[in-house]
Design a protein around this ligand. Sequence first.
Ligand SMILES: [Zn+2]
Length: 427
Amino acid sequence: MRWRVAVVMGAALGTAVPASAAPTYIHAGRLIAVPGKPVRGPSTITVDGGRILSVQDGFVAPAGAAVIELRDRTVLPGLIDSHVHLDSDRGGEAGLLAWVREEPRMNALEAQWNGMKTLRAGFTTVRNLGDEGSTLALREAIKRGWVQGPRIVDAAKSISSTGGHMDGRGALNDELVAHLPDPENLCDSAESCRRVVRRQIDRGADVIKFATTGGVNSGTGLGTRMLAEEAKALVETAHAYGRKVAVHAHGADGIKLALRSGADSIEHGTVMDDEVIRLFKQSGAYYVPTLSTVNGYLERIAADPNAYAPEVRKQVDWRIGVTGQSLRKAYPAGVKIAFGTDAGVSKHGRNADEFELMVKHGMPPAEAIKAATVNAADLLGLSAEIGTVEPGKSADLIAVAGDPLKDVSVLKRVGFVMARGEVITRP
Ligand SMILES: [Zn+2]
């Protein structure tokens, strides 16, 4: 049997692996152990207690050991999506309606459902960049072993100025708004910006996300909607508390403001000029392209031409038209790129569609894979834990048929997923 899982001596696969479990031997036909470095041939990865114990050449396993046969597959590190919103992927007018009508408890369950789609697609770690708090709860439930899901780095609620991208009140009528409590994610001075960061950290945020510009989906435009003293106060406070900062920015001025303020990554980065590129290189910040949003837009509009309110639709059409332009400028210039989809705008579980878009817009497959492993791990501050298949790291592994270095589309069909030593899916 070519795809054989030998379970011997009672070692059960498919359940959480306790620290005392007997080691599991994974036979990989080819191994992309460290994306960016040469591919290894037939290899054996030994896993125990959720960690990688060793990586050896050839197929080895002591008699009676538990072996997972992936001899006809390419094995690589679990993938990392640096930009998702797990709580929903219903956008446009339908998303707005769901936000107003649905119970937060439903949102939490939806986040778990979306988390599983993401994990089964081979994304063993995600950075969740803003929702009402459902994903904070999911992150804790996964840590406690109550439910399965990807490893989550969470931003809690995204921050903006009043009337900015994260001020959802613009979509509601004034009488309804009058009954809402004061949003705790909006700030309009250095002092209030420090306070909102502290509030999100107090809720459990691992990373801080804010917007220097308006947004496509909120209909708030693409220009700058924050002052330098506000952006600086946000970044300074987050960094003082050991949190990295992800900044949503579309227009060039908003990107420059974020980079000059010390942002660790720019999300979307839709309009880039030479000065933007220079600031990226000077600061060492990552660019997270989120090209997949175009798929979400096109699919929603195809299903319903009125999926978006007219003022939002205008921005959506513009964004569709410029997809990939920034990546075509940033990648050849040597800007650091981390993989991120903005799933939530696009569909959860289809995260790997981003690989095709990255390659279409000029990145070699090896570099796109590196962006979703080594680079994203670095951006998330988790290089010691994830991003490569090396001894001591978390046993986060995926396997695909075919060669993803020649054809990234094989990553859309991940047949085997192991997360923290636990087998999540196999064909
Ligand atoms: Zn987003």
